[in-house]
Design a protein around this ligand. Structure first.
Ligand SMILES: NC(=O)c1ccc[n+]([C@@H]2O[C@H](COP(=O)([O-])OP(=O)(O)OC[C@H]3O[C@@H](n4cnc5c(N)ncnc54)[C@H](O)[C@@H]3O)[C@@H](O)[C@H]2O)c1
Length: 320
């Protein structure tokens, strides 16, 4: 029987990581571990996803101007079955589609097919860890690791502790992720949206309400963020900023403002109508704003360049 009380470890040994799913998130998570010297086995029922895996990982090494053949880089193995991928693994990261029943059956199987003590992590964006672990015999081994997209460029990983997850598993996962150069944070309760998506969608709800009620158009909402408080956000979080301006000022503002903010409990009509009309955003040429193919391409490139530069700067800092 697996024991939840793992000994404290100084993280020196390179681990064997299994990644389930070679899609958008899985191939990038495999890169993150391999770039830090781990052996990674990846499996996926789609033969095409497995066949293209190593080429897509090569693309990330090239993008970040890293040498994949350099000393200290781990190997990525495309495994034909879940059992082949996980039998010797120390940690499994599940990055399969966001379907509760699928994830439940994967974790039930993982408990049976992994070594005692192997940590089992789900990269779910929003399903409760407790529900994913509901059918598994040893839920204390199961933890959430919400890598932000794309994992090879965005440093944050939220580590989610389900009601039955062992604290030592959470702590070990945070230690491993930190050693990879990730910024790993502990979500102590298994709540919808974890930490980051709750804040992101609270902002989107107010943004939609401003447009819906005619205060301003979508372009103006985005300008206000990008040219205003967004300028500060990556160097100073909202609570640091409250400390900067003074909590007395924050309190005074909340006294008159909070009751006026949007508090919709269901998705707003503007959003629903757009989706019903097929206005999905850049992919269809129209969402909250209109996009020509070249405008959409420029917006994607500009964000990608920004994230790549920041990731390269972090890699350089870690080297020095
Ligand atoms: N895309 C994002 O921005 C994002 C961000 C954070 C978290 N996530 C989460 O990561 C997970 C994966 O998302 P994605 O965007 O990589 O999806 P994706 O569709 O790109 O990849 C999923 C892969 O899983 C494979 N798969 C299907 N059944 C499987 C099984 N039984 N075992 C192993 N692999 C299986 C599919 O063939 C596919 O290649 C989801 O839970 C998603 O919610 C996604």
């Amino acid at each position: 029987m697996w024991t939840a009380d793992l000994p404290p470890v100084k993280w020196v040994a390179k681990e064997h990581i299994a990644v389930l799913g070679a899609g958008l998130m899985g191939h990038s998570i495999a890169y993150v571990f391999a770039a830090n010297g781990h052996l990674v086995s990846v499996t996926d029922p789609d033969p095409g996803a497995l066949a293209s895996l190593n080429n897509r990982v090569d693309g990330i090494f090239e993008l970040l101007e890293q040498d994949r053949t350099g000393a200290g880089t781990g190997t990525i193995i495309a495994a034909k079955s879940l059992n082949d991928a996980v039998a010797d693994a120390d940690i499994v990261i599940e990055a399969a589609p966001e379907k509760l029943e699928l994830k439940q059956s994967i974790f039930d199987q993982l408990i049976k097919e992994t070594k005692p003590g192997c940590i089992l992590a789900s990269n779910t964006s929003g399903l409760p860890i407790g529900q994913i672990a509901a059918k598994a015999a040893e839920p204390e081994r199961i933890v959430g690791t919400h890598f932000w997209n794309p994992p090879h460029l965005v440093p944050l990983v939220e580590v989610i502790q389900g009601a039955k997850t062992s604290l030592s598993v959470v702590e070990k996962m945070i230690k491993i992720l930190t050693a990879l150069g990730k910024t790993a944070v502990h979500a102590k309760r298994d709540i919808p949206g974890f930490i980051g998506n709750r804040m992101q969608h609270a902002l989107k709800r107010e943004a939609i309400a401003l447009v819906e009620s005619g205060v301003c158009d979508a372009e103006t909402v985005d300008l206000v963020v990008k040219e205003g408080f967004g300028q500060r956000l990556s160097v100073m979080g909202p609570l640091e900023n409250s400390d900067l301006v003074g909590l007395n000022l924050t309190l005074d503002i909340h006294e008159f403002l909070l009751s006026d903010l949007d508090a919709s409990e269901t998705p707003q009509r503007l959003l629903r109508d757009k989706v019903m009309a097929g206005e999905l955003g850049m992919s269809t040429g129209k969402g909250f704003r209109s996009w020509t193919p070249s405008q959409a391409e420029n917006a994607r490139t500009s964000m990608q360049n920004h994230l790549v530069q920041a990731a390269k700067d972090r890699l350089k800092k870690r080297k020095n």
